[in-house]
Write a protein that binds this ligand. Structure first.
Ligand SMILES: Cc1cc2nc3c(=O)[nH]c(=O)nc-3n(C[C@H](O)[C@H](O)[C@H](O)COP(=O)(O)OP(=O)(O)OC[C@H]3O[C@@H](n4cnc5c(N)ncnc54)[C@H](O)[C@@H]3O)c2cc1C
Length: 279
């Protein structure tokens, strides 16, 4: 199961400065936050009427009809699609997403949201981006059947993305299933910003070994990886939050990024709070 709509991305400081669970980044004037649900969205808007929300297109977002450069099934049920883009994406931030639908198909009518999996850079200029997606229903099924050269209608980049500014000594990332999608972009972005890959640890969990994606990418980048599966077919047989809890008891990172299903995100928040109390 992929991340639930509206709850896909958490970037949470665990230095205790911002203990309000609903706000996932430090609050500064004119910033907004990724909101976990409709209720929170309403209360946020009434409390902060002048702040933009993560779901609203900013002035940098653009609607464009653009070409699919490739669309490959990387393992059963999971596809990586490369989409051409213009320079608007040069400043895309990890954790931001795009809304995509195939042009020329009446159904599904609405665009579907996908995290930017990575940017394609040629001589430091962005020429495209990847999305990584799991087949869930009609929209993703249709995307999976599309071919190189087909045209997609893309709105993006959307959302605030992860907050990667700051001097981080140690970074933890937690991925549940398809929640790994934005973490490749995040890792590459942090490495480009000068963070050493040895400072990053990825905790990645899936139902089975077939749901563990992008491991070879992270291995190539040289970051530390802790693997878990629900059925024990790869790594430790436990939830991904178990090794995370153990690691947090030993050494606290400056920041923790997580993306995955809502129950995992709740547990990550709870664990990081316990780690704070005991430190
Ligand atoms: C900000 C954001 C970023 C996302 N990034 C990614 C990404 O990078 N890769 C990716 O694969 N998915 C991602 N998703 C989820 C993705 O948008 C949905 O899987 C997709 O919209 C499903 O569309 P569909 O037409 O195939 O399924 P639909 O026909 O819309 O749904 C089919 C069934 O699946 C259920 N369903 C739909 N989405 C989900 C879900 N996420 N989890 C559990 N059940 C669901 C529906 O309730 C429905 O019953 C993201 C979602 C959000 C909100």
């Amino acid at each position: 199961m992929g991340p639930e709509p509206g709850a896909a991305v958490i970037g949470r400081r665990i230095d205790g400065k911002h203990p309000d669970k609903r706000y996932l980044y430090p609050m500064r004037k004119r910033q907004f936050f990724f909101l976990p649900g409709k209720q929170d969205y309403r209360s946020f808007c009434s409390r902060y009427p002048n702040r933009r929300t993560a779901m609203m297109p900013s002035k940098e977002s653009r609607l464009s009809a653009t070409q699919i450069l490739s669309n490959r099934e990387i393992c059963p049920g999971y596809f990586r699609m490369r989409i051409a883009c213009d320079q608007v994406y040069q400043d895309a931030i990890p954790g931001q997403f795009v809304m995509v639908r195939l042009v020329g198909q009446a159904s599904p009518l609405l665009r579907r949201p996908f995290s930017i999996h990575d940017l394609i850079l040629e001589e430091n200029r962005v020429t495209g981006f990847d999305i990584l997606y799991k087949i869930i229903g009609a929209g993703t099924e249709a995307l999976s059947m599309s071919r190189t050269g087909d045209i997609v209608d893309v709105l993006g980049p959307l959302g605030r993305g992860f907050s990667t500014r700051g001097d981080f000594g140690r970074v933890h990332m937690v991925a549940g299933g398809i929640g790994v999608a934005p973490l490749v972009f995040l890792t590459n972005h942090m490495v480009r910003q000068g963070l050493s890959s040895s400072q990053i640890t990825l905790f990645i969990g899936g139902r089975s070994c077939g749901d563990l994606l992008c491991l070879e990418i992270f291995e190539r980048l040289g970051i530390q990886i802790k693997v878990t599966t629900d059925d024990g077919s790869a790594g430790d047989q436990c939830l991904v939050t178990q090794p995370l809890g153990e690691a947090l008891r030993q050494q606290k990172p400056e920041i923790l990024f997580a993306c995955g299903p809502m129950p995992m995100l709740r547990e990550v928040v709870a664990i990081s709070e316990i780690a704070l109390v005991s430190s």
